[in-house]
Design a protein. Structure first.
Lengths: 461, 86
């Protein structure tokens, strides 16, 4: 059957793109190879307990009065209301280094006060930086690359303050090791510090289910367990896809959220193979513990805590299987309106090396996971409290899990270090959306789908 | 269809594209974007909702004519088949 648009992947970006084109009466089909929606931001159940993958926080949270903020725009574009996502704001989060700590909330004034206290000589420069970033146009699709580290060195004096700002920003969105594009830094800075964190009471499933419902109501077709074998290209133009089942679906436009390199591998004869350095290599291990008590009762009240054990922050594929020198600790209980959660949830994320995890045999893999859980409990004791006697159950996902569920090569959570902001590929009518297009976070992923659908499908009619 | 109906059609579209916009004090001769803080994505949606709901095609070069509510009424009247009320 012929479709106007075929979308590869039922993650946040694919679903959002699908809603846009279905709403405007295009015949659209989303193909998902997995049995679960959400891609990188999915969810699962063990026994009666529900867990989120990916989501620590919905960044870009803001109130309805900020009509031009990304969250407000995306709700309008998808014809959804704020209630549909049920977002509950954080109280506060923090960045902790050995000799300084910066708390921040959804009001940037707290961060400025904390900078004034920890870095009194920097606060004027920091205020100027905040003002400059507030008006910086980070959503244009043609911004040239510039180094965030270099730009920050020009604007701030104390290297440790720079590291403390980069740590959360990189953890929440950098596909690149060591540094990131300044425009991406601005996007993340706004998302984390000028807007803020929130979480749906039910976790990420609330958002994913809302998108699926909206997509189906708009008349879109969603096919699960339908992996694409190849993208059909003829004369340099995408004509549709062939599924693993052998079925062919023709389409005027193919929009892929599979990642740029992953997408090009689905049509290998149509363009030169992308260079290996276009494949991302930043991946994570995440340990989750369910506790018999809320983390606040153990003295931990931050929604998210970014820690680093040295004055300099190293964001790179680690030498070992994981790198515990820095990490992110997330507690869903510590968002507003989550007080009645019956159990505590405690999640810790570390940088991890995909290739070392990939090499392990099944038995070694299980023992590496157990070792990580052990280190998790040790680190929890350092930063929060001895949680061991409160642990009801634990789970752990690795770069291998990420690759299996998202299809991203190397389990690269943030995809390729090279973003294609205009979504174009060497193949006509084939576009990328999502991680490799380059808007970041959950809100960014949805906006990516929306923008690519607008530019490459709706506006060209 | 009368001019008043066309006005209602446009207000209905604005209400679905930007439900948080306050259209109660809207002035016909002033730019919609300035009064309602519409961005370019919202504006594009108004054009596309016109096509979806009323099969009206608005070519890009005509977008400026939709800048105000009065402009919309004038531009859309012939397209929506208004019978001149005189």
């Amino acid at each position: 059957m012929h479709h106007d648009v075929v979308i590869i992947g039922a993650g946040m970006s694919g679903l959002a793109a699908g809603i846009r084109v279905a709403h405007f009466d295009k015949r659209v089909c989303i193909l998902e190879k997995h049995y679960a929606f959400g891609g990188l931001n999915s969810y699962y159940k063990i026994g009666r307990r529900e867990f989120d993958v990916g989501l620590h926080a919905v960044t870009n949270f803001c109130g309805p009065e900020r009509r031009n903020a990304p969250l407000s725009k995306l709700l309008r574009q998808l014809r959804l209301t704020r209630e549909d996502f049920d977002l509950r704001p954080q109280r506060h989060s923090e960045v902790r280094f050995p000799s300084a700590r910066l708390r921040f909330s959804n009001d940037v004034r707290l961060l400025i006060e904390e900078v004034a206290q920890a870095f009194p000589r920097e606060v004027d420069r920091f205020r100027r930086l905040v003002r400059a970033l507030e008006v910086y146009d980070d959503v244009r699709l043609d911004a040239p690359y510039s180094s965030a580290r270099a730009t920050l060195r020009d604007r701030l004096g104390d290297p440790m303050l720079i590291e403390m700002l980069l740590c959360p920003v990189m953890y929440y969105g950098s596909a690149e090791e060591h540094d990131l594009d300044f425009t991406q830094f601005v996007t993340m800075f706004k998302a984390l510090f000028l807007e803020g964190f929130a979480r749906p009471r039910e976790g990420v499933r609330r958002i994913v289910k809302t998108l699926v419902r909206r997509f189906r109501a708009a008349g879109g077709e969603l096919r699960m367990r339908s992996p694409v074998r190849r993208i059909l290209v003829d004369g340099g133009r995408a004509r549709g896809v062939e599924l693993e089942s052998g079925e062919t679906i023709t389409a005027d436009v193919v929009l892929s959220s599979a990642g740029f390199v992953e997408t090009m591998r689905l049509c290998p004869d149509s363009a030169p193979a992308p260079a290996d350095n276009e494949i991302g290599c930043v991946s994570f291990v995440e340990a989750i513990a369910v506790l018999d008590t809320p983390p606040a009762a153990l003295g931990h009240d931050a929604a998210v805590m970014f820690y680093n054990d040295a004055d300099a922050f190293e964001y790179a594929r680690p030498a070992g299987i994981v790198d515990c020198r820095s990490g992110v600790i997330c507690c869903p209980n510590n968002y507003q309106g989550h007080e009645d959660m019956s159990e505590g949830v405690f999640r810790m994320t570390w940088l991890a090396d995909y290739s070392q995890w990939a090499r392990l045999g099944q038995v070694e893999y299980q023992s590496a996971k157990r070792e990580c859980e052990e280190r998790f409990l040790e680190h929890a004791a350092r930063f929060v409290a001895p949680i061991r006697r409160h642990v009801v159950c634990t789970d752990l996902f690795t770069p291998r899990t990420i690759e299996r569920y998202t299809g991203h090569l190397n389990g690269a959570v943030y995809g390729s270090p090279r973003k294609r902001r205009d979504g174009r590929t060497p193949v006509e009518n084939l576009y990328v959306c999502g991680t490799d297009q380059g808007f970041l976070g959950i809100v960014g992923a949805m906006l990516s789908g929306i923008t690519m659908a607008n530019v490459h499908v709706l506006e060209r009619d | 269809m009368g001019e008043q109906q066309i006005r209602q059609i446009i207000l209905g579209i604005i209400a679905s594209v930007a439900p948080d916009a306050d259209v109660s004090k809207l002035r016909g001769e002033l730019r919609l974007r300035d009064q309602l803080e519409l961005d370019s994505m919202d504006f594009l949606d108004i054009v596309m909702e016109l096509r979806k709901r009323h099969k009206v095609e608005v070519p890009k070069e005509d977008y400026p004519r939709l800048a105000t509510l009065d402009g919309c009424v004038e531009y859309l009247s012939p397209k929506l088949g208004v019978v001149a009320a005189r």
